[in-house]
Design a protein around this ligand. Structure first.
Ligand code: GUN
Ligand code: ZN
Length: 468
C-alpha cells in the first residue's frame, strides 16, 4: 500500500485495529493493467482512530508503529477477507416490503405492486419499521453506503435518514419527485410544492453528519416537463454543495418507447434529462441497459455515474447491461453495482456480481473477480464521486469495512481447498450465492454488525466507549 499513514492524534479517540487478509483497489481494472489496480495482503493490519483509517499495510510493518495498540484492541480474522464495505449505487428501501413480487413487465409490476406499497409511506411508523429492516439487511450483507430511493412523502425521507444517523452510515437519499402517471395516493399533487418540500428536506439532511441528499425524479414518464425543469434548476443551484441527482434511465424497451411518445422533441432518453439540466457531474443513472453510443458520449462528457443492477434486470426481463460500452476506454463512464430492491431479488452486492457475470456471458463476454470486486467497492465510490472518502482501505479513508468469510459453510471450506488464488476464492463466493458470507461490518470504525454476537446489529451510540 503506497500511501503513508496519517498522524495519530494523541488527544483523539482510542485507536483500534483489524487484522487479517486484506483486499483493496486503487485504480480501475477496466482501464488499466488489472494486476496494478489492487493491493492484496496475506497478513494486513488496518489502524483506525475516530472513524478514519490512519494506517494500513502489512502487519509486520504497521504494528511496530503503534506500541499503544494492545492485543485486545485488535480484531483478528482468520479464513476471512477484509474488504472496503460494499456500495449499492441504486436501491429502493421503500420496496423492501414487496421484494420478490411476481412481475410481468416493468410497467405492469410498477402498477401492480410497487405503487400501492409506496403509497403507504405517508405513515411515519410504517416508514420507520421498513427503514429499520432495510438497514439490517444492508449491514448484514456488508453494504455500508447506498444511493437510495425513498418515495413521495417527507416521512419516508426522515425515517430513512434517522435510521442512517443511528448507525452513522454514509448514505444518499431524498424525496422522490413524481407528479403524473401514478395513482393519486402516491402522486405529488402540486408541482411547485413538491420542489419546495425537496429543498426543505435537502437543507435538513445534506451534510448532516454523514448524510447526503439527492434530488430524485423517479423517471421521465412520472414527472411533468414542469417538474423536471424545476428539479433541474434546484439541482444546478446545489450541485456545488455536492447534492446529487438520481433517476432511472434506459432500463427497458417499453419504458424507452413511452419516453419517446411523451417527449417527441428530444432525440433520446438521456437528452430528455439533459434538456432539463439533470445530466451533470453528480447525476447517478440507474440501469442504462439499452443505451445508444450518443447517450454513452453524453454520460461520459457530463461525468455521470451509472448503476448496473443485474438481478433486477434479469428478474424484470429488461435489457442487458453492456459493461464494455460503459467502460469503453475512449469514453469511460463511472460505474458501480446496484441491487435495485425490490426489482432486485436480494440485498447482496456479492450476488449482484454473480448475476453481472451471467448477464455478460449471455452476450459472449465475461467479468472476472478482479473487475467484479472493483465494481462492488471502489467502482461504486467513483460512480458516487466519493472515491476519496470511501470504497478503499487506505489512510485517510472512512473506516467502512466488511469481513467476508472465505469458508462460510462446510461444503465451501472443502471446495476452497481446490483453489490457488484469492480471486479464485472470490469468484466462488460471488457465484455460489451462499448465505451468511459476511462475518462483520464496521461503519466509521464501529462494528455495527457481528454475525457471532448475541446482539448482531448495534447502533453507533450503543458502541461508543465500549469495544466496537
Ligand atoms: N422505473 C421507474 N420506477 C422504477 C422502479 O421502482 N423500479 C425499477 N426497476 N424501475 C423503475
Ligand atoms: Zn430502481
Amino acid at each position: 500500500m503506497a500511501s503513508s499513514p496519517i498522524p495519530f492524534k494523541p488527544d483523539g479517540g482510542k485507536i483500534k485495529a483489524i487484522r487479517g487478509q486484506i483486499l483493496t483497489f486503487k485504480a480501475d481494472p477496466f482501464l488499466h493493467n488489472e494486476n496494478e489496480c489492487y493491493d492484496y495482503l496475506a497478513d494486513g493490519l488496518v489502524v483506525i482512530q475516530d472513524g478514519v483509517i490512519i494506517d494500513a499495510g502489512n502487519y509486520a510493518e504497521v504494528s511496530p508503529r503503534y506500541p499503544q495498540l494492545e492485543q485486545s484492541d485488535i480484531d483478528t480474522y482468520v479464513n476471512s477477507l477484509i474488504v472496503p464495505g460494499f456500495i449499492d449505487c441504486h436501491v429502493h428501501y421503500v420496496q423492501s416490503p414487496m421484494i420478490g413480487s411476481f412481475g410481468d413487465t416493468l410497467l405492469s409490476w410498477l402498477e401492480e405492486y410497487t405503487y400501492p406499497t409506496e403509497s403507504l409511506f405517508n405513515d411515519k411508523k410504517f416508514a420507520d419499521e421498513v427503514a429499520h429492516q432495510f438497514f439490517r439487511q444492508l449491514l448484514q450483507q456488508g453494504t455500508t453506503t447506498a444511493n437510495v430511493f425513498s418515495t413521495t412523502f417527507a416521512a419516508s425521507v426522515d425515517a430513512f435518514f434517522e435510521e442512517s444517523e443511528r448507525y452513522d452510515t454514509r448514505m444518499i437519499s431524498g424525496k422522490v419527485l413524481q407528479d403524473r402517471n401514478l395513482p393519486d395516493s402516491l402522486r405529488d399533487h402540486d408541482t411547485k410544492e413538491s420542489i419546495q418540500l425537496t429543498e426543505k428536506l435537502l437543507k435538513k439532511w445534506h451534510h448532516r453528519g454523514r448524510q447526503l441528499y439527492a434530488i430524485i425524479p423517479r423517471f421521465a414518464p412520472t414527472s411533468t416537463p414542469e417538474q423536471l425543469r424545476l428539479a433541474g434548476e434546484l439541482y444546478q443551484r446545489y450541485i456545488d454543495q455536492g447534492v446529487y441527482m438520481h433517476t432511472h434511465l434506459d432500463e427497458a424497451r417499453s419504458e424507452i418507447d413511452w419516453v419517446k411518445q411523451l417527449f417527441p422533441e428530444q432525440k433520446n432518453y438521456t437528452d430528455v434529462y439533459k434538456h432539463f439540466g439533470l445530466v451533470d457531474r453528480r447525476s447517478i443513472m440507474a440501469h442504462c441497459c439499452i443505451v445508444s453510443p450518443d447517450e454513452w458520449d453524453t454520460l461520459h462528457k457530463a461525468d455521470c455515474g451509472v448503476a448496473h443492477c443485474p438481478s433486477s434486470n434479469l428478474f424484470l426481463g429488461d435489457g442487458e447491461f453492456e459493461y464494455w460500452e460503459a467502460k469503453n476506454p475512449r469514453r469511460p463512464v463511472r460505474t458501480g453495482m446496484g441491487t435495485d430492491v425490490g426489482g432486485g431479488t436480494n440485498f447482496s452486492i456479492l450476488r449482484q456480481l454473480g448475476d453481472a457475470y451471467k448477464v455478460a456471458m449471455l452476450q459472449a463476454k465475461s467479468l472476472d473477480a478482479i473487475k467484479s470486486f472493483y465494481l462492488a467497492t471502489r467502482g461504486g465510490a467513483e460512480a458516487l464521486h466519493l472515491e476519496n472518502r470511501i470504497g478503499s482501505i487506505a489512510p485517510g479513508y472512512e473506516a467502512d469495512i466488511a469481513v467476508l468469510d472465505l469458508q462460510p459453510s462446510e461444503f465451501s471450506a472443502w471446495r476452497m481447498k481446490f483453489t490457488k488464488t484469492i480471486f479464485e476464492k472470490l469468484f466462488i463466493l460471488m457465484t455460489l450465492g451462499l448465505d451468511n458470507i459476511n462475518k462483520a461490518t464496521y461503519v466509521a470504525g464501529r462494528k455495527v454488525y457481528d454475525r457471532s454476537r448475541d446482539k448482531k446489529w448495534m447502533y453507533a451510540s450503543e458502541l461508543d466507549d465500549k469495544k466496537g
